[in-house]
Design a protein around this ligand. Structure first.
Ligand SMILES: Nc1nc2c(c(=O)[nH]1)N[C@H]1C(S)=C(S)[C@@H](COP(=O)(O)OP(=O)(O)OC[C@H]3O[C@@H](n4cnc5c(=O)[nH]c(N)nc54)[C@H](O)[C@@H]3O)O[C@H]1N2
Ligand SMILES: Nc1nc2c(c(=O)[nH]1)N[C@H]1C(S)=C(S)[C@@H](COP(=O)(O)OP(=O)(O)OC[C@H]3O[C@@H](n4cnc5c(=O)[nH]c(N)nc54)[C@H](O)[C@@H]3O)O[C@H]1N2
Ligand code: SF4
Ligand SMILES: [Mo]
Length: 690
């Protein structure tokens, strides 16, 4: 059979972005190749990308809607038609709305995968519920909003222009393709002499190439950032002209950081004082420099302060909105997000959403999962009784998995849309089989200010029983809310978004991408969009929002005799979170949950490489397989996250408890601003197990 080649972009396996050339025979993908002409990827393709199409044809993929027949979670299902599935979901969501009000229905999304996230928000708004639950508490909201509050925008590392130095701060882009800023651009820069500083408890691939690797104690990033500020201020390495003209609160910041000398912080961070000083000097003296910040700065309760400190660093050193620095990306001409999600139909959202009662930062528009579960379990601040979940596996991805289990069990009604019967889907009343990447037309990165969007045109038809989320949501919208608010066909959503660009989806797909205008130092014309019009090193509105004006940090995590080690985690290069454990090609590369320990730590607990290890925290215990790693600090333990076992039965929700990192995490303590729990930096102990 003749092979047809189709150009598209990768998606739904991380934030997406690599340009692909896909070989198709009949309706089957036979090869995925990188496109050398890719806007950002320039011919890059990772292992996940190369195996992505295996998901489509997997024999155990969901291919028909399912209705629970036995007790919830008992693994007894009946296949039903789409009409019955949609009617059942609509009836139950409506029943909850009638009985308890629209806000008793939550709409839950995991990592945004494409346009479906924004259609879900539209459905929630039009339905009348302010509660879109998402993982933004641990993913991007802390750094994006810290940026917005401090300098009026989200400062994205600019890899399109050369930087003389890149600081990878708790970010591992060679394995995570963070922000769709494909690491091939960074590798190109490295070859041309760009230096690296890597701040990571692990010696990552890029740490090996770095001028300085700071093997930080997990969750002490805030203190380290203040030490950088301390050196840069004390040694006057900052951009004096920029600071004088464009910053507010320099003296406050200087006095707040004066105590954080490298010598004092060294013990807190486990990084040698001289290395801190040298690294801070290098950042202070090298322009332009970009800070690529990752999840590690947001996976703990101090995230707002840490992210603020990093924006202050960018500003002091004149790296904001300059080529090769951290920039304000301008969106391409697309429909404004608020209009697309029909925000005007729910003007009370800000006051009514669950977290508004918890004093979170005012601009946080999605409900932190910890607050959602409290509403379900305790009716606090009001009861939530039904949930629609798409593109998410909360039983694995939310902190405190046992609490998630209880909350999902407590709901009156749960619908889940996924490709596979995941542990979360095992607890649903109705399961909806989704079509996915390669099977639907999509737009990559709409609504996330990265200056460009990428076309992900469809390559093959989905199996007959599988529907794109856009279509499912459109049909639910028509059943639950005024019909005229929804397009006739779900592809109308794509046309709506693109209309201001003057392109049809077909024309957009032909082009492959749309970029925003490229302009730097925009503040010179209009100032910074903050109350003072300057970068707010000290926040003008701090007291209004009950925030500290300048970054400050509580004492670092205390280990104890009972839990003497510090646990953290990192993404598996071969999987997306808990996704796709069922894809053989990926499973072959990463077949078991691995916990990394220093050999000395292993030896003192009689643990050898390959042994089963019990990892325990005050919240719970799990079993993973030991890998000894002499590059780690002896007191650091790095466990795998997202593990469950597709081969195990539905009635045990596929072994979700045994090796699941989030059994070890807790929501007892949350950062107030974003409702974030600690995912990285937890006191733990290990023993040979099980
Ligand atoms: N301990 C710990 N917890 C974490 C993190 C961590 O590093 N450590 N990381 C956090 C971060 S950054 C994030 S973003 C979250 C992620 O949290 P989630 O997004 O909940 O994570 P996934 O496990 O990837 O679940 C996504 C689900 O979407 C399904 N899916 C894939 N494509 C489609 C599709 O087209 N349609 C539908 N309907 N479903 C689809 C997949 O099969 C999978 O089951 O987890 C957070 N939780
Ligand atoms: N392969 C793969 N790619 C992904 C994902 C995936 O699940 N798998 N998820 C996608 C998503 S949703 C996101 S948000 C991004 C996230 O991408 P990243 O931000 O790169 O995510 P992580 O791997 O969680 O953490 C980055 C690094 O932080 C280090 N680290 C752990 N604890 C600490 C600490 O306390 N301090 C410091 N400084 N470093 C620490 C880890 O060792 C790791 O190397 O990746 C995206 N890409
Ligand atoms: S890095 Fe991400 S976007 Fe690129 S091929 Fe891999 S999974 Fe796809
Ligand atoms: Mo994320």
């Amino acid at each position: 059979m003749e092979t047809r080649w189709v150009k598209t972009h990768c998606g739904r396996q991380d934030h997406g972005g690599c340009a692909l050339i896909v070989g198709v025979e009949g309706n089957r993908i036979v090869q995925v190749k990188p496109d050398p002409a890719g806007l950002r990827s320039r011919g890059y393709l990772c292992y996940k990308g190369a195996h992505g199409a295996e998901r489509l044809t997997h024999p155990d993929r969901l291919r028909a809607p399912l209705k629970r027949t036995g007790e919830r979670g008992s693994g007894q299902w009946q296949e039903i038609s789409w009409a019955e599935a949609l009617d059942t979901v609509a009836e139950n969501l409506d029943k909850t709305r009638q009985a308890h009000g629209a806000r008793a229905v939550a709409f839950c999304q995991g990592m945004p995968k494409g346009l479906e996230h924004f259609v879900l928000i539209r459905l929630a708004n039009v339905f009348g519920s302010p509660n879109v639950v998402a993982v933004q508490d641990v993913c991007h909201a802390p750094r994006e909003l810290a940026g917005v509050y401090t300098c009026g925008f989200y400062p994205v590392a600019d890899f399109a222009y050369p930087s003389r130095l890149v600081v990878l701060w708790g970010s591992n882009p060679s394995h995570t393709n963070e922000e769709g800023n494909i690491c091939s651009l960074l590798f190109d820069q490295r070859r041309q002499g760009t230096e690296l500083i890597v701040i990571d408890p692990r010696r990552t691939e890029l740490a090996r190439k770095a001028t300085h690797w700071l093997r930080i104690k997990p969750a002490s990033d805030g203190a380290l950032a203040l030490a950088f500020l301390n050196v840069i201020i004390e040694e006057k390495l900052y951009d004096e002209a920029f600071v004088a003209r464009w910053t507010h609160g320099f003296d406050d910041l200087a006095s707040a950081t004066s105590a954080y000398t490298p010598e004092r912080v060294a013990d807190r961070c486990w990084v040698d004082a001289d290395l801190i000083r040298e690294s801070a000097r290098l950042y202070g003296k090298t322009r332009p420099s970009a800070i690529q910040w990752g999840n590690a700065i947001e996976h703990n309760t101090d995230n707002f302060q840490t992210a603020r400190a990093l924006v202050c660093l960018m500003a002091l050193c004149g790296n904001l909105d300059v080529p090769g620095g951290n920039v304000e990306a301008l969106d391409p001409p697309l429909l404004a997000l608020g209009k697309f999600v029909k925000a005007e139909l729910l003007p009370t959202k800000r006051k009514e959403m669950i977290h508004a009662f918890r004093g979170t930062i005012p601009r946080l528009m999605t409900v932190p999962p910890a607050h959602f579960r409290r509403a379900v379990l305790e009716g606090d601040p009001y009861p939530v009784r039904a949930a629609y979940v798409q593109c998410a596996n909360p039983l694995l991805s939310y902190a405190d998995s046992r609490q998630t289990f209880r909350a999902l069990q407590r709901l009156d009604f749960l619908a889940v849309s996924d490709l596979y019967l995941t542990p979360t889907a095992c607890l649903a009343d109705v399961v909806l089989p989704a079509a996915t990447q390669f099977e639907l037309d999509d737009i990559g990165h709409y609504g996330i200010g990265h200056s460009y969007v990428l076309a992900r045109p469809k390559v093959v038809d989905p199996p007959e029983g599988c529907w794109p989320d856009l279509k499912i949501l459109n049909e639910l919208g028509k059943r639950l809310t005024p019909r005229e608010l929804w397009p006739e066909d779900h592809r109308g959503f794509l046309e709506e978004v693109l209309r201001p660009s003057g392109l049809t989806y077909e024309e957009f797909a032909e082009r492959g991408h749309l970029s925003g205008e490229e302009r730097f130092r925009k503040y010179e014309d209009r100032g910074f969009s903050t109350p003072s019009g300057k970068v707010e090193l000290a926040l003008s509105d701090a007291s209004k929002f009950r925030l500290p004006a300048v970054p400050a940090f509580p004492a670092s995590l205390a280990v104890s005799a009972e839990y003497p080690l510090v646990l953290t985690c990192a993404k598996d290069p071969h999987y997306l979170h808990s996704s796709y454990r069922w894809v053989e090609g990926l499973h072959k590369k990463s077949p078991e949950p691995v916990v990394q320990l220093h050999p000395q730590t292993g030896a003192s607990a009689s643990i050898a490489d390959g042994d089963e290890v019990v990892v325990e925290t005050a919240s719970g215990s799990i079993v993973q397989v030991a890998r000894l790693n002499a590059d780690l600090h002896p007191a650091v333990v790095i466990a795998s996250y997202g593990w469950w076992f597709p081969e195990e039965g539905d009635a045990s929700q596929k072994g979700w408890e045994r090796s699941n990192y989030n059994v070890l995490t807790s929501t007892a303590e949350l950062g107030r601003e974003f409702g974030t729990p600690n995912l990285k930096g937890i006191a733990c102990r290990v023993r040979r197990g099980p």
